[in-house]
Unconditional design. Structure first.
Lengths: 337, 261
């Protein structure tokens, strides 16, 4: 099997899912608790909208990592789920007048359905062909969004009301909105982690290790891959839906192919096949873009350079390198390989 | 109205896997042509032949990793000519591969657990923790114990010796309780000691199931196999027990040379 799923392999190998039981190392747990604690007090120190953007992209990257890092499938069309869900949520909240929680649900379900359709077509091919098919399908979706009346073409859906969560918590208040996003983020990341560290995730891992052997053991690998694809799409959709509520608009930017590329960069930079990697990677890229937005440095050139350095020097990504390093070993979070 | 016979009629062991007029073309090249094969319960059946004779292709056709151009394959009375490979495996026809097929980064125990997950109904739950798989540990450990890998449960499969990887592979296969076992060169590249271990294991395994194996080591074939089918250029050259086949002048000329009597 010479395909692009190999791309994920050498880098991901040392930084695979920890130990047999899927238990989290104490050091890792400490990092998670500290991180969530920090995120709880963060809106008092930093601009909440920036933080929410960060969380949305971190969740998006986590969703993408579920597919690349743990299933070995490189999708080049995840923008369709992210941006598609943003449109679905924006439309259902603004036009149908749904409350935000239902709006998010519409986005997630919509992204999952989209993932089922795209996945069913793409999953038949492997490696570069898989990536190209997902790219082609997401481009088709892009043009659909450009032409369809409900998306309002170049204008996008503007002025999306955030509404009241469960009917009484006003999300127009940015602190309320922030905590809603934070809870959804934690739930989303937990879902991804649970999927990976579950009986189902174990089969995904075995398929990535040796697909022919998995087939010969009676596993219909296409179905497992498709299921993983749909789950990844749904989580990416959750991220997109939240982003639409945070920024109160949905535009073509989120369904454009550049967004699919960006999420690959975030995941690679943070560390494929690690829980924290995509979160860190997503946070880093978003911070950089925000920081440089007001300066004269062209963002794209810099992120491109970072991407190259990442691929050339630290292929495991930031978190992956830490895991593989002496610090990681000392903390007991090294990975078997 | 029927009267029970005094002695049960002596019957040939039941045919569990059979192929009829199997053919596979790759473009203009016919890799396998007109192959008939009957694999019987509790028999060890060898498929031998020179390199490029189409042995592995026959394996792939039987297990549906390749689709035959024409011909039929029947497993336990059911036509599986157009069945997909995972389903064939679920029906009880499980294969090994020429290159040892373990999950290299999983432990020995985990390798067997992966095989047990599906039959035990623990394969699709994406909401349950990994610890739910610990329910399979006892069974997996017992199986590994029975093939002599009891001391290596926590070893990562990639760190096993080649021979032990093969043993692990067979143990993993046995976890599925297959009716028919297809082993593609189980002894290839092995030292004498390992060959003896695997031979014993295969003999043990074949007491309650059919085994079809591709094998180059003729002393192993002579020793182990009840029936031999010789392939040459994709066609059957001879079939029968080893003594019959090895007397066949065509076989001697084509494959065995003169050093084997």
């Amino acid at each position: 099997m010479t395909d692009l799923s190999d791309l994920s392999r050498p880098a991901a190998k040392p930084a695979r899912v920890p130990r047999a039981g899927g238990a989290v190392a104490p050091a890792q747990l400490a990092v998670i608790v500290a991180g969530v604690g920090l995120l709880c007090i963060a809106p008092f120190l930093l601009y909440p909208v920036f933080l929410m953007k960060l969380l949305c992209f971190a969740l998006f990257a986590s969703a993408f990592n579920l597919l690349l890092g743990y299933t070995g499938l490189l999708s080049f069309g995840h923008a369709a789920f992210f941006g598609g869900a943003a449109y679905f949520t924006a439309h259902s909240v603004k036009v149908w007048g749904l409350p935000p929680e239902l709006g998010v649900l519409v986005g997630v379900v919509g992204a999952a359905v989209l993932g089922l359709i795209m996945g069913a077509v793409a999953i038949r091919r492997q490696g570069i062909y898989f990536a190209m098919i997902t790219l082609a399908l997401s481009q088709m979706f892009f043009f659909f969004c450009l032409q369809a009346p409900f998306t309002h073409g170049e204008d996008g859906i503007q002025g999306v009301p955030r509404g009241h969560l469960l009917g009484f918590i006003s999300l127009e208040n940015s602190l309320n909105m922030y905590y809603f996003v934070l809870v959804m983020f934690v739930v989303g990341v937990f879902c991804g982690w649970r999927i990976v560290n579950s009986p189902f995730g174990n089969i995904l891992k075995s398929i990535r290790e040796n697909e022919a052997r998995a087939i010969s053991l009676g596993y219909s690998v296409q179905r497992y891959k498709l299921a993983a694809f749909v789950m990844s799409a749904a989580l990416a959709g959750l991220a997109g839906s939240l982003k639409a509520l945070v920024f109160q608009f949905a535009t073509l930017t989120d369904v454009a192919w550049q967004m699919s590329g960006e999420v690959i960069l975030m995941t690679l930079l943070g560390g494929i096949g690690t829980l924290l990697g995509p979160i860190i990677g997503g946070g880093l890229v978003v911070s950089l873009q925000n920081y440089l937005a007001t300066s004269d440095v062209p963002v794209n050139i810099l992120t491109g350079a970072i991407f190259m350095v990442c691929v050339l020097v630290f292929r495991r990504g930031i978190v992956g390198e830490i895991y593989a390093s002496r610090i990681g070993r000392a903390l007991g979070i090294t990975h078997r390989h | 109205m029927s009267v029970a016979p005094a002695t049960p009629p002596r019957t040939e062991p039941e045919v569990v896997l059979s192929a009829r007029a199997l053919r596979r073309d790759f473009g203009g090249f016919t890799a396998v042509n007109n192959v008939d094969l009957d694999v019987r319960h509790a028999h060890i059946h060898a498929l031998i032949g020179p390199n490029g004779a189409g042995k592995t292709t026959v394996f792939n056709l039987l297990t549906k990793f390749l689709q035959p151009t024409s011909g039929t394959v029947t497993l336990l009375g059911e036509d599986i000519t157009r069945t997909d490979p995972a389903r064939v495996a679920r029906m009880g026809l499980v294969r090994s591969f020429q290159i040892s097929a373990v999950f290299p980064h999983l432990t020995v125990l985990d390798n067997v657990r992966v095989a047990l997950q599906r039959p035990q109904g623990l394969a699709t739950q994406f909401w349950r923790p990994l610890t739910s798989l610990n329910a399979l540990n006892a069974k997996a450990a017992e199986l590994l114990e029975s093939v002599g890998l009891g001391a290596d449960l926590a070893t990562v499969a990639a760190d096993l010796s080649y021979g032990r990887k093969r043993v692990l592979e067979i143990a993993t296969t046995l976890a599925l309780e297959p009716k028919v076992l297809l082993l593609d060169e189980p002894m290839a590249g092995m030292g004498q000691e390992d060959v003896a271990v695997i031979a014993d294991l295969i003999r043990e395994v074949a007491r309650s199931r059919a085994v079809l194996m591709v094998e180059h080591n003729l002393s192993v074939v002579a020793d182990l196999c009840d029936e031999v089918t010789v392939l040459q250029r994709g066609e059957i050259l001879a079939a029968g027990d080893y003594a019959t086949v090895s007397r066949n002048p065509q076989v001697r000329e084509a494959y065995m040379g003169t050093e084997h009597d």
